[in-house]
Design a binder for this molecule. Structure first.
Ligand code: PHE
Length: 351
């Protein structure tokens, strides 16, 4: 029986040498230390041994069991260490790699051109005045000399926000920044009604028109309105201001032109064009005929001055409404106005 125990020990330790993973280790445990293992069978047979034999065999059998258990634990540790080592090698993290750059934001091209316009107009003595985007019909049209039902309203297809119960004064998304002229003049003239201070302001912001969309028309776009009111302001001041603006934006050689036009709130009125750099004046899908219309302008109509609290006998003024996106198109060579609000990063990241 002693020999049998020695054999069990030898075979068990030998078999353990070939164990390479957890599954094999578990199989080994069942085979060599489990209930039906040869060793446990021996333990079960101790009842048949004599009184003298029993302690000797018992001691040896316990030794063998302890030896096998110790070997099992040692192997189990080895396997765990090996697995850990493997995972450290395979899933190595190189903490010395340079970090990923956090992408930096930038200003939208429209914001960039607006800021440039604020700077230029600021140098010319104009202050920025912000007016509201949601307007009443009264401010958007009536006070600007578009009476109810006047055909000139058809020039500005309108989004009506609320009309119920408002009679002739529905709420609209402003179709132009011109209603800001009235709001600014009223605010300034109310401070000193008998002798109101002169006005030099620009009014930037979004305007909305229910329009046919193409390469140079959008239903939503920016305008920057200009307004100068004071004693003795003439049409030459208007021409000089806009021509100077064009030179500051595009250089000394830029070609500009004024075309006679009509707006109910200016008299006389003109359109202001800059030669299209996109096609070099030949005519393209952006400009049409070689000139890009940048905005409308004119001398403030006496009725509008009056509505703003300025006596047209003492004050004159000029006004203009420009499209900053049209300016940005010329500036950056953008051939379709629809890119501005599409939020396509391939476009926006170029500025
Ligand atoms: N408000 C006019 C438009 O949007 C432009 C304009 C502004 C014309 C000021 C004259 C004076 O079409």
């Amino acid at each position: 029986m002693l020999e049998k125990l020695n054999e069990i020990e030898r075979l068990g330790l030998e078999a353990l040498e070939t164990v390479r993973d957890e599954a094999a280790l578990e199989a080994w445990r069942v085979a060599h230390l489990g209930r039906s293992s040869a060793l446990m069978q021996l333990f079960n047979g101790f009842g048949q041994l004599s009184k003298e034999e029993r302690p000797v065999m018992g001691q040896r059998a316990n030794e063998v069991k302890k030896a096998l258990e110790a070997a099992f634990n040692a192997r189990s540790d080895e396997l765990r260490q090996a697995a850990l080592k493997r995972s450290i090698e395979q899933e190595r993290l190189d903490v010395t790699l340079p970090g990923r750059r956090v992408p930096l934001g930038r200003l939208h091209p429209d914001t960039q051109i607006l800021r440039e316009l604020y700077r230029i107009f600021g140098e010319m003595g104009f202050q920025v005045y912000c007016s509201r985007e949601v307007e009443s019909d009264e401010y958007n049209f009536q006070l600007l000399n578009f009476p109810i039902g006047h055909p000139a309203r058809d020039m500005q297809d309108t989004y009506f926000v609320e009309s119920e119960g408002r009679g002739d004064n529905p709420i609209v998304l402003r179709t132009h920044t011109s209603p800001g002229q009235i709001r600014a003049m009223r605010e300034i003239s109310s401070r000193n009604p008998h002798n109101p201070a002169p006005v030099r302001i620009v009014l930037p912001g979004m305007v909305y028109r229910y329009e046919q969309v193409d390469a140079r028309h959008e239903t939503q776009f920016d305008q920057i309105e200009g307004l100068a009111v004071g004693p003795g302001i003439t049409f030459s001041d208007l021409k000089g201001t806009l021509a100077d603006l064009a030179r500051r934006l595009f250089g000394q050689n830029v070609r500009t032109r004024f075309r006679a036009s009509f707006f109910p709130f200016t008299e006389p009125s003109a359109e202001f064009d800059i030669e299209c750099f996109l096609c070099g004046g030949k005519g393209c899908n952006v400009c049409g005929g070689g000139w890009l219309e940048i905005g409308g302008c004119g001398m403030v109509h006496p009725v509008v001055l009056q509505n703003g609290g300025y006596d047209p006998e003492r004050y004159t003024g000029f006004a203009f409404g420009l499209g900053p996106q049209r300016i940005a198109m010329l500036r950056y060579g953008i051939n379709d106005i629809r890119y501005f609000w599409e939020n396509d990063l391939r476009f926006l990241e170029q500025f």
